[in-house]
Design a protein around this ligand. Structure first.
Ligand code: ACO
Length: 436
């Protein structure tokens, strides 16, 4: 971290001694005020629920400029990665800091491909779930259970274990998500086929059956690969922070990633794609584009509890660059499948247009996020709505691992332990039952 020449001074109106706080500069983005000695020197904590102003770590992986609507993985703009690279190159970049050359790419691809199968016992574990279980409930269990199958890669403090766990997780997530799907629909699992691409293999495991081979469409394969790239990492969001916090106790990588899966599930985070598609289907059922105005009035009414899902973001106060790319992909996929007139896509475009012009959204800088269009693409590909967040988890796994490994390798890392402002009862005595 580069120290700044500027220092912050914290003073107190009650005459307590003031304190000088160092400031560090990032390569880009806001400086940070180092408050690590604050409690030791003043006996006070900072208070920042929801981490609105708190950097929880330093990182070299992903940078977001929320005002500009810019997203960089290791310095590369997401728009360039989405057009020039595939998902496995992006994984290599996130894990290693540089894009692979041709040899490195082939080796990495080979390693991932050789780990796509899961232990055969895994399917018996899966059978313990109800067939109608939500795929994210299943994924939380399956990912956590990997630690019970791969004992030789569970020591988070061993760099080799971390590397093998990373490859295993990236390789096995598509197999597990496809197994979760096949289990729900009661079809036999389809084993991975290693001469297909990462995305092509996933599509085949999802949609082939033993009776009928699945022919991978290059347009759909590319679209899915782009969905994976766009979701690969997003700096210190809720699930990534969960993975870091969970891993900070020294737990094994599979358990830490399972914690990320659980966090991602929520509708304010990765569950938004499912919630967004359900919202679009509800509006469509109410009358579609003609009812957009009525729906928007509900969204703007604070008492209704209705939010425009797929809109708004803690960091982006401009168009989420991933949403633009996703909208492009959406058009390509719908065209490939002859669904150009898809009513939900039309409805989404109408909602977006109205929201972008409406004072409520303009004043709060609310723009579409990645989830606004990703659900429409996935639905068109044939992915069932409840599986959307599992696809997100599949893609985000590499980001979680890269962030986790960065934390463990940081000599300054400590177990995460936030403090609190206690506002409950002061010390009091327990009265005997008869007197309470
Ligand atoms: N619809 C309507 N109003 C909204 C929305 C929305 N989608 N998002 C924010 N607002 C309003 C809030 O009501 C609030 O208004 P106020 O200032 O009058 O009280 C203001 O905008 C700020 O919103 P906050 O909730 O304080 O913003 P925060 O940064 O905490 O939340 C979040 C961000 C959770 C993403 C929010 O915008 C939201 O709920 N969006 C819908 C869910 C969604 O799409 N999540 C996906 C995020 S991207 C991802 O995880 C991949």
């Amino acid at each position: 971290m580069t120290p700044s020449d500027v220092k912050a001074t914290l003073s107190f109106s009650d005459g307590s001694p003031s304190m000088e706080l160092p400031i560090y500069k990032g390569t880009i983005g806001p400086d940070v005020i180092d408050i690590r000695k604050l409690y030791g020197q003043t006996g006070k904590f900072t208070y920042d629920p929801g981490f609105l102003s708190t950097a929880s770590c330093n990182s070299t992986i992903t940078y977001i400029d929320g005002d500009k609507g810019e997203l960089l993985y290791r310095g590369y703009p997401i728009e360039q990665l989405a057009v020039n690279c595939d998902y496995l190159e992006t994984c290599y970049l996130l894990l290693n800091g540089e894009l692979p050359n041709a040899t490195q790419k082939a080796e990495f691809q080979n390693r991932v491909t050789n780990h796509t199968m899961v232990n055969e016992q895994m399917q018996f574990f899966l059978r313990g779930f109800r067939r109608d279980a939500h795929p994210m409930a299943v994924m939380t269990g399956l990912v956590g259970a990997l630690s019970a199958f791969y004992h030789d890669s569970t020591d988070i403090n061993n760099p080799e274990h971390r590397e093998v766990a990373a490859i295993r997780l990236i390789a096995k997530m598509p197999t597990l998500v496809a197994m979760a799907y096949k289990y729900t629909v009661g079809q036999p699992y389809i084993y991975p086929k290693n001469d297909l691409s990462y995305s092509g293999n996933f599509l085949r495991m999802m949609f082939a059956t033993p009776c009928e081979e699945y022919k991978v469409s290059p347009v759909i394969e590319r679209a899915l690969d782009r969905i994976f790239i766009l979701h690969a990492d997003h700096e210190q969001n809720a699930s990534t922070s969960t993975v870091r916090l969970c891993g900070s106790s020294g737990t094994n990588p599979f358990a830490a990633i399972a914690a990320g899966v659980a966090c991602l599930w929520g509708p304010a985070h990765g569950g938004a794609n499912e919630a967004c598609l359900n919202m679009l289907e509800d509006i469509q059922a109410m009358g579609g584009v003609a009812k957009v105005g009525e729906f928007m009035n509900q969204v703007k009414d604070k008492n209704s509890g209705v939010r425009l899902m797929g809109f708004g973001h803690r960091v982006y106060k401009n168009y989420d660059p991933r949403a633009k790319l996703m909208q492009e992909t959406c058009k390509e996929v719908l065209q490939e499948l002859g669904l150009e007139n898809d009513p939900l896509f039309k409805l989404a475009m109408a909602l977006e247009k109205i929201a972008l012009e409406d004072d409520y959204f303009v004043a709060r800088k609310l723009y579409p996020n990645v989830d606004f269009y990703s659900g429409i693409v996935q639905r068109a590909i044939g992915i069932p709505v409840p599986l959307f967040t599992a696809i997100f988890a599949l893609a985000r796994t590499v980001g979680w691992i890269a962030q986790l490994n960065e934390m463990i390798a940081d000599p300054e890392y400590k177990i995460g332990r936030p403090r609190q402002l206690f506002v409950g009862s002061a010390k009091r005595d327990v009265k005997p039952l008869a007197q309470r």
